[in-house]
Design a protein around this ligand. Structure first.
Ligand SMILES: [Zn+2]
Length: 340
């Protein structure tokens, strides 16, 4: 797998226009300390100075999509963790050959290339938006994660506006994303394609034409979260599959796990709880995204119809392993005997 040509437009398309712009500022300010290409030229590693004392470590490689395109995959040790401005800055400096820490030279032609890149992926109000619809499904039978608890699915599919102004899926699907013609918002299309390419099933050839939904809870939680944040920045609607097609709620502040501890004479009883800042998050139902979990989804169900009424997505401040995750989801408690 080879790196696609790293011109400004390609980096802007891979990282997003705004992220590219900030990456360019970083590159020009000389924040990229060190860039190294692997001998094969297939991976790029860089140190990028961010807001913290230690530089972030950036690692970029490529992966092939189901359609055979080479896709850039950039990870970073910063809180964004994926396709962030540090990745963009590393790519901008890295394409000059790397190994050195010089910022992009401002030669006569570079402003022209920059201008073209900034003009290209700009969101035009004339484009038709793509929405992401989410649906919570009971754990499938015979489709659990090894010996562990069967998880709820968080199914997603792309939608576009129909003639009556409602989101419909008749003219768009995961399979048809790359054949979409006409006026689809290119930024939304890029985000949807990235989501699809990160799903484990996209690497299998049997990924069939009948697959309408992708279970995004199977995607790595950090990667999914960064894509969802990008969708928000690109004003890409994320909606529920209820009648009103209501908006899904995002909690941007990462949630932390704390233990509520009750002490009896011979036992400590510890129950895990989710906190966002000062607020105890209390949800009717909750399940986790990724293994270990870096994100979670919580929902409310209408008692009469059994349909999902509200959906909230949140990220976790620290990854959660299976054991603690199961306790949290099942609201179970750990009992610890008190030494006498
Ligand atoms: Zn970063």
């Amino acid at each position: 797998m080879a790196f696609p040509p790293l011109d400004d437009a390609a980096i802007a398309v891979a990282c997003g226009h705004e992220t590219y712009r900030r990456g360019l500022e970083y590159a020009r300010a000389g924040h990229v300390r060190q860039v190294t290409w692997s001998d094969s030229g297939n991976t790029l590693t860089a140190l990028v100075q961010g807001n913290r004392p230690h530089p972030y470590v950036v690692h970029v490689s490529t992966t092939q999509t189901a359609s055979g395109e080479d896709l850039l995959v950039g990870h970073c040790t910063c809180p964004m963790s994926f396709m962030c401005k540090h990745v963009a800055a590393a790519l901008i400096v890295g394409r000059e050959g790397g190994s050195d820490a010089h910022p992009v030279p401002s030669s006569g032609s570079s402003w022209r290339r920059t201008l073209r890149a900034i003009a290209a992926p700009e969101v035009d109000l004339g484009y038709e938006p793509i929405a992401l619809q989410l649906s919570v499904q009971q754990p499938g039978r015979g489709h659990d994660y090894g010996a562990g608890r069967a998880r709820h699915r968080l199914n997603a599919r792309p939608m576009m506006l129909g003639a009556k102004g409602r989101w419909v899926h008749s003219n768009i699907s995961w399979q048809r994303l790359r054949y979409l013609r006409g006026n689809a918002n290119p930024e939304h299309l890029r985000i949807a394609s990235r989501l699809q390419s990160l799903h484990p099933s996209s690497s299998f050839s049997y990924y069939g034409a009948s697959t309408q939904w992708l279970d995004v809870a199977e995607i790595d939680g950090l990667a999914l979260w960064s894509i969802l944040l990008e969708a928000r920045r690109a004003q890409m609607p994320v909606i529920l599959d209820d009648k009103a097609q209501s908006a899904v709620t995002f909690i941007e502040e990462p949630a932390e796990i704390a233990f509520d501890i009750i002490r009896s004479r011979s036992w400590l009883i510890a129950t895990p709880e989710l906190w966002c800042g000062e607020d105890l998050m209390s949800f009717m139902s909750l399940d986790l995204i990724g293994q270990p979990a870096h994100a979670a989804f919580a929902w409310l169900t209408d008692a009469a119809t059994g349909k999902t009424e509200e959906l909230t997505l949140l990220s976790l401040a620290a990854p959660l392993g299976d054991d603690l995750g199961d306790l949290l989801v099942q609201e179970a408690a750990i009992e610890i005997p008190v030494a006498e």
